[in-house]
Design a protein around this ligand. Structure first.
Ligand SMILES: [Zn+2]
Length: 242
């Protein structure tokens, strides 16, 4: 009776709505809000949005948190109300939330959902020419990166020449532009972009600059750093790669 276990663990739809509302209402009251309305949203990215008007707040919370225990939802509420009050960039996640984000349970539940919501992924590691798994193994061999468990690599469907790679740190998904998957492009080019994105995964969630000096220094340790950068500039502008 798998389904039953599942329901009792995650709670019914209504229970989940109430849990969200209760946690946010309580924390909102601590911050002087008298009227707090919440809803779960199927955002692609892990995020929350809110509107506030004097002591009224309306919040839309990522459904990737659905099914989490009340303590975690309360922590999230504390982070969000804390940020609403002060504004600006600030670390809003408690240690417990951070542990939750890197837990097997979180990734198992949410990574497939995130992949389903992504529109431009090929869901393929093997490209026409280059193989991301092989490139990853090469990077592991050099010792430049360490294995990030449960990471998911894929080529994109359409090949953007400017946005050549991106990643979701929280979902551990790395996408490399299929513009780099052609025989004219040497394998160190997608390898280098993959390296860049894997450094983000290794660093984990951050508030503030993702590309700080330390990051750039690590990035420059790639054996083909300069050559790959030259290639990427060329690919971005040269009509040959259209
Ligand atoms: Zn980056």
């Amino acid at each position: 009776m798998n389904e039953v276990t599942d329901i009792s663990y995650r709670g019914s739809v209504n229970e989940q709505d109430h849990l969200l509302q209760d946690c946010f209402f309580r924390v909102g009251a601590e911050h002087g809000f008298h009227d707090v309305q919440t809803s779960w949203e199927k955002f692609k990215e892990f995020k929350a949005t809110w509107k506030r008007c004097s002591n009224t707040a309306e919040l839309h919370i990522t459904d990737y948190m659905k099914g989490s225990d009340p303590e975690l939802i309360t922590d999230l509420a504390r982070g969000i109300f804390g940020r609403m009050g002060r504004g600006g960039v600030r670390d809003i996640y408690s240690e417990k939330l951070r542990q939750h984000f890197v837990s097997h349970e979180f990734i198992q539940r949410n990574q497939p959902l995130y992949l389903k919501r992504s529109r431009n992924l090929a869901y393929r590691q093997k490209g026409q020419v280059h193989d991301l798994e092989a490139l990853y193994d090469d990077l592991l061999d050099t010792g430049l990166v360490t294995k990030v468990p449960n990471s998911y690599l894929t080529w994109t469907k359409s090949g953007n020449r400017q946005r050549i790679g991106y990643c979701s740190v929280i979902m551990r998904v790395v996408a490399i532009s299929s513009a780099l998957d052609r025989k004219e492009v040497p394998s160190f080019v997608p390898g280098y972009v993959l390296y860049h994105e894997l450094l983000h995964l290794e660093n984990g969630l951050r508030f503030g600059s993702y590309h700080d000096r330390e990051f750039r220094a690590k990035e420059a340790m790639h054996p083909y750093h300069n050559e790959a950068e030259r290639w990427l500039r060329k690919i971005a502008v040269d009509p040959q790669f259209r």
